[in-house]
Structures are given as structure tokens and as C-alpha cells.
Write a protein that binds this ligand. Structure first.
Ligand code: 5AD
Ligand code: SF4
Length: 354
């Protein structure tokens, strides 16, 4: 069994670079045990609704970046969103996530506020609501919190400001400091706050990844979703042919992602950790493998099938032809094959959140 107190920066780098399959398996198994001992073995679901692929930003890695004119932009109607929320509630999902590209503007803000209130109403307050709508002002975070959202996901993408500046345009809309401040604001407003990073980015080192883990620990994050960086050929980063490109979407990046999940679980036994869709892109059982390495959250896609193909932040996103019911049955079949039990109708809040 791996001693938890040994996790200095050097140890973390050592684990991330470990090649011996037996030692790697030992790490993953230890993390699974720590999860079961601290928060139990169940996996909690958050039905994912991709509200809109309209985005004002231009992150160099993302397929739906503003400058990609090949993307057919959409915005779900209130009826469509409430229909999906009803599906989540009737399916006993417990929680849902509203995700979209980043936008501001009063009409948009008010629309989200109204959606959150209506989802709370239609589910008698039973559905937990997580938002993943990018950087907003503290006032907007507060407005959505007061409307009934109680968790927020905002990835820091990398804890290294220098690496951040290489994968984003250099302007005030893409500032690492601003991203960090937004995370601080979310916590102050009272959200269960989630962050995450991409793994296997060009220019990224094992030391960067070790620092990412230490950043999350030091910040006292409540939830984490992280996964492999995957190439999208209509993006500046996807067209770049230097750096550790062999990692982008390769098996090696799944292995490092699983190590990252396991190490984070050992560092932060009580937080919620997502088994992300990006892991499933590399390996159909990637999400299940992440659960067996310490993750406890899965976000099945519930976006209506007509628009799914338009939300391709990376290529080969799985299930773009499926609808919510098919995603649900595929997921259940996979999990039960691996003996993983679901916490139906429960919020599955982060035990690290007091
Ligand atoms: N590969 C992997 N993850 C990506 N994201 C965006 N583009 C990619 C990509 N090409 C992730 C970012 C963002 C989240 C919504 O999706 O981490 O925060
Ligand atoms: Fe927009 Fe998010 Fe994609 Fe950046 S990662 S371009 S903010 S959708």
C-alpha cells in the first residue's frame, strides 16, 4: 500500500513517469481503496446538457472556439432544456450540469437564471444543478447561486501561467490570473467549486502535472474533472507539429490521466473526481478504468441528438449520434459489467465541502 504522506513534488513526478506496470497497478489499486474507505464505492451521475456552443473565446485547443467558422452554432430553447432536465429527474440522475461556451450579456445571464429556477421548480428542488459556463463576474456567480445552482466547474486548464499563455491568445480575455480570481470568487460565493486540467498538452512536463495536483490540494478544491488533451484539426494547437504531440489522444495519455486521478485521490481522499468523457475517447472503457483508479462521478451526455455533433471540443467525441436514452443504457451496461454501483437519485455532494 502506498503511504499517502509521501507525496512531495518529487514523488508525484516519480509516479507520473513510472513505467513498471506492476507499480502503476499498485498505485491505481491503492487509490481505489482510499476512495472506498473515505467516500464509498458508488458512482454519482450528473446528466450533461450542452446548452449552446456559442463562445466568445478563442482557446487554441478547442474545436468550438469563436474563430472556427466551420461550426454550426446553436442555442437550445427553454423547452428543450427543461425537457432534458425532466429526463434527468425521471431517470433518477440526482443532478445535472448545464454547460456552454463562454458568453456574457444581460439577456444571456437572465436566461440562465430563469432556467436554473425552472429546473428547481420542475423537480421540487430535487435535482442538483452544476454550472459550467466559463468566467463570469462575481455578481453573476452570485445571481446564479441565488437562483439555485450549487456547484460550478471552471477548469484552470494548467496551473502553470506560462503554459497557459502558450495555449491561449495573449489578451485580457484569456488571462490565467483572471481565471484564478474567478475560482476564488466561486468559492467565496459558496459554490462547491470544481476545476481541472488537460493532460498531455504540447509543452507540458511531468513537473507541470505534479504542480497541477499540488495546486488543487492547496486551493482546497471540492471537485475535479481532468482528462487527456485531444487534438482538433481546426484549431491552432491541433495544427501544431512540435512538442509531445504523440501524447495527444494516444494510449500513453490515458495512462497518465489514470495516474493523475489516482494521485489526486490519494492527495484528496474526500473530493469528487469525474471520470471524464475525454478518457472514453481513447478507450471505450476509459471512464470505467478511471472509476477503478479513484474517480466517483460520471457525466452522461443528455444533449438532444440533433445538436450533439456541433459540440465537438475535440475530434471523435463519442456518442454524437446517440440520444439521452441510448447514452444512459450504454453507460449502465458498461458500469454493471465492471461491477460499479450507481448512487441513484442522490446529489452525491463532495464530502470535502463543509
Ligand atoms: N481536448 C481535451 N479537452 C478539451 N477541452 C477543450 N478542448 C479540448 C481538447 N481539444 C476541455 C477544456 C475545457 C473543457 C470544457 O473542455 O479543459 O475547460
Ligand atoms: Fe470557449 Fe470553453 Fe472552448 Fe475556450 S474551451 S473556446 S471558453 S468553449
Amino acid at each position: 500500500m502506498i503511504e499517502r504522506t509521501l507525496f512531495s513534488s518529487e514523488h508525484l513526478v516519480g509516479f507520473l513517469e513510472e513505467k513498471d506496470p506492476i507499480k502503476i497497478q499498485e498505485l491505481l489499486t491503492s487509490a481505489y481503496k482510499v476512495k472506498v474507505d473515505n467516500i464509498g464505492s458508488k458512482v454519482y451521475l450528473r446528466g450533461l446538457i450542452e446548452l449552446s456552443n456559442i463562445c466568445t473565446k478563442n482557446c487554441y485547443y478547442c474545436g468550438i472556439r469563436h474563430a472556427n467558422s466551420n461550426v454550426l452554432r446553436y442555442e437550445l430553447s427553454e423547452e428543450q432544456v427543461l425537457g432534458a432536465a425532466m429526463f434527468a429527474w425521471k431517470s433518477n440522475y440526482g443532478s445535472l450540469v448545464l454547460q456552454a461556451g463562454e458568453r456574457t450579456g444581460t439577456n444571456y445571464i437572465k436566461k440562465v437564471t430563469k432556467l436554473v429556477k425552472k429546473i428547481k421548480e420542475l423537480s421540487n428542488g430535487e435535482l442538483g444543478i452544476t454550472l459550467s459556463l466559463g468566467e463570469q463576474s462575481k455578481e453573476v456567480f452570485q445571481e446564479w447561486f441565488d437562483a439555485g445552482a450549487h456547484r460550478y466547474l471552471l477548469r484552470i486548464e494548467t496551473s502553470n501561467p506560462n503554459l497557459y499563455s502558450k495555449i491561449h491568445p495573449n489578451n485580457k480575455d484569456h488571462s490565467w490570473e483572471r481565471r484564478l480570481q474567478a475560482l476564488i470568487n466561486l468559492k467565496e460565493v459558496g459554490y462547491q467549486t470544481g476545476t481541472g486540467v488537460m493532460i498531455g498538452l504540447p509543452y507540458q512536463t511531468s513537473q507541470d502535472l505534479a504542480n497541477d495536483l499540488l495546486f488543487m490540494k492547496e486551493f482546497g478544491i471540492h471537485m475535479v474533472g481532468m482528462g487527456p488533451y485531444l487534438k482538433h484539426s481546426e484549431t491552432p494547437l491541433g495544427q501544431l507539429v512540435i512538442g509531445n504531440q504523440q501524447l495527444a489522444g494516444g494510449n500513453q495519455s490515458l495512462e497518465i490521466s489514470l495516474k493523475m486521478v489516482a494521485l489526486l485521490r490519494l492527495l484528496m481522499p474526500k473530493i469528487n473526481i469525474a471520470a471524464t468523457t475525454a478518457m472514453q475517447v481513447i478507450d471505450p472503457e476509459g471512464r470505467d478504468k478511471a472509476v477503478l483508479a479513484g474517480a466517483n462521478i460520471i457525466m452522461p451526455n443528455m444533449t438532444i441528438s440533433e445538436v450533439r455533433k456541433n459540440y465537438q471540443i475535440y475530434e471523435n467525441k463519442p456518442g454524437i449520434k446517440d440520444d439521452a436514452a441510448i447514452s444512459k443504457s450504454k453507460l449502465e451496461a458498461n458500469l454493471s459489467k465492471n461491477g460499479i454501483e450507481i448512487g441513484w437519485s442522490q446529489w452525491g455532494d463532495s464530502k470535502a465541502f463543509e
